[in-house]
Design a binder for this molecule. Structure first.
Ligand code: PLP
Length: 228
């Protein structure tokens, strides 16, 4: 067996395939995004050598620096964190997908970005009552999705969410609600079929609930270095 990173990646890939089969789904329907936040560019390079094509970052400056240093790899950079309106145009330069579209002002800022091709857009919905957690209030879902559809620099792909803390609500119940929001989005745009959900501790529940894009960090990368 290769490096510890290679073994962890392989173990997670197996777990994903098992969870998919258990849910009667095909593993090929699932996109694994390896979340590399706080880890150095060298780790992302190692992941690319192991066949990873999709990586996730949640801080603009870090994502900008790493994507520029690793431009030769041609990776798909997924922006998954809260995005400041004033950084939106810059994020559009390297991000092939933005999973944290949570307000109309952010969509308006992205509308002015110069992009080679439209960015994959996920509308993030907040599954808690705490506005600080990020994500749009579910009541704003349709309005936000309509705004994305009117924006030529964006292509609406689907919905995204982070599960509440386990003591607040079980992941299975929260992801079931998310499935309902995904249905609402599909009523607006039948092509918006993606569901970005599932992290290290809840990706099995997310797969059971229909997730298509998994954002998995520490199970693969190991513990994150302290925040800088
Ligand atoms: C950090 C992060 C992840 C990955 O978390 P892990 O628990 O390390 O798998 C997924 N999604 C978002 C939005 C994150 O910020």
């Amino acid at each position: 067996m290769g490096s510890p990173l290679a073994s962890r990646l392989e173990a997670v890939r197996c777990d994903i395939a098992d969870a998919a089969r258990l849910a009667g789904r095909r593993p090929e329907e699932l996109t694994l995004i390896v979340v590399t936040k706080f880890h150095p560019a060298s780790l992302v390079r190692e992941l690319a050598e192991l066949g990873v094509r999709d990586v996730g970052e949640n801080r603009h400056q870090e994502a900008q620096a790493k994507s520029s240093e690793l431009a030769d790899l041609g990776l798909n950079w997924h922006f998954i964190g809260q995005l400041q309106t004033k950084k939106a145009r810059q994020a559009a330069q390297y991000a092939s997908a933005i999973h944290s579209i949570d307000r109309e002002r952010l969509v308006d800022a992205l509308a002015t970005a110069e992009v080679a091709r439209p960015i994959d857009a996920f509308v993030q919905v907040n599954l808690t009552d705490d506005p600080g957690r990020g994500g749009a209030d579910p009541t704003d879902l349709e309005r936000l999705a309509e705004r994305v559809l009117e924006t030529p620099t964006l292509r609406l792909r689907g919905i995204m969410a982070v599960a509440p803390l386990p003591e607040e609500e079980s992941a299975a119940s929260a992801f079931a609600r998310l499935g309902g929001y995904a249905d609402r989005l599909r009523r607006i745009d039948p092509g918006a079929t993606s569901i970005s959900a599932g992290m290290t501790h809840d990706f099995r529940e997310a797969i059971a609930a229909g997730a298509t894009h998994l954002r998995i960090g520490s199970a693969i990368t190991g513990n994150r270095p302290a925040a800088g």
